[in-house]
Design a protein around this ligand. Structure first.
Ligand SMILES: Nc1ncnc2c1ncn2[C@@H]1O[C@H](COP(=O)(O)OP(=O)(O)OP(=O)(O)O)[C@@H](O)[C@H]1O
Ligand SMILES: [Mg+2]
Length: 257
């Protein structure tokens, strides 16, 4: 049975999408069957995996706001062992589209059930919000990865995300008690700057057993890869960034036995 991992942080620009693309590619490189669900109106994961948003007929908006089945919305990423349900700017209107729907935070959980046997890992790339899209991801997920940039405001915002996860674990009638924290992932570490290491210490103090050993360094390879329509494993396999994301995949595979 596949595992659904939501990549969440209400703070923007911390590396959620970069992690969805590159961890997805690294898990696929390890022979795992991977689906990435792009739940962000910016559709950065979709573009970063080599799709042109104009060509996409169906998207994750239809997953949440139509009767279409999840398997009808899956596209295969060009030349790769990753499938995707793309993002769309229509997601901006999701709250309105779901206004009168009962149990609207459970749509994704129900829709993804049939896909769980088809994939080893389903990674859900979330928008920087705590709206209905992210609630759906949290109720559907088995675990979350929380990317945290090695800077103060990102550290300072972490407890809010942890509280949100706790709310989902304990929500009356609709709880997702199985939801665990796969790990907090420190990202964008500038190893010439001592300050980043102070943030690492603070995060490890806050989440001693839940911080990934792997830390993602700041690197231009990760900024360039999406422009070339692929993961860093495809565009610069021997780079440090590629190695770090492969190490992260290894850590997750080891943790999941
Ligand atoms: N390790 C890194 N080194 C250098 N640049 C990075 C790294 N990780 C991400 N970036 C860059 O930082 C920016 C934000 O990253 P990304 O889009 O992955 O964050 P996000 O959390 O998904 O943002 P949003 O909240 O807007 O969805 C992008 O330009 C990306 O290329
Ligand atoms: Mg993003």
């Amino acid at each position: 049975m596949g595992k659904i991992i939501a990549i969440v942080n209400q703070k923007g620009g911390v590396g959620k999408t970069t992690t969805a693309i590159n961890l997805g590619a690294a898990l696929a490189h390890s022979g795992k069957k991977v689906l990435v669900i792009d739940l962000d109106a910016q559709a950065n994961a979709t573009i970063g995996l080599g799709f042109s948003r104009e060509l996409l007929e169906y998207t994750s908006f239809d997953l949440l706001a139509s009767d279409l089945k999840a398997k009808e919305l899956v596209y295969q990423a060009p030349n790769r062992n990753i499938d995707i349900i793309p993002g769309s700017e229509k997601l901006i209107d999701l709250e309105t589209a779901l206004f009168n729907v009962d149990n609207k935070e459970l749509i994704l959980q129900i829709k993804l059930q049939p896909l769980k046997s088809k994939y080893d890992y389903i990674l859900v790339d979330c928008a920087p919000s705590l709206g209905i899209d992210v609630e759906n991801a949290l109720f559907a997920a088995d675990s979350v990865i929380i990317p945290v940039e090695c800077e103060y405001f990102a550290y300072e915002a972490l407890p809010l995300m942890i509280n949100k996860i706790h709310q989902v674990q304990t929500a009356k009638n609709k709880k997702n008690q199985k939801l665990t924290i796969e790990g907090v992932l420190l990202t964008k570490l500038d190893n010439r700057n001592i300050f980043g290491y102070k943030i690492i210490d603070k995060v490890k103090n806050l989440m001693p057993t839940k911080t990934f050993k792997t830390i993602i360094s700041r690197s231009s390879h990760l900024q360039e890869a999406p422009m070339r329509g692929g993961s860093v494993l495809k565009t610069a396999f021997h780079s440090r960034s590629s190695r770090e994301y492969r190490e992260l995949a290894r850590e997750i595979l080891d943790n999941n036995g």
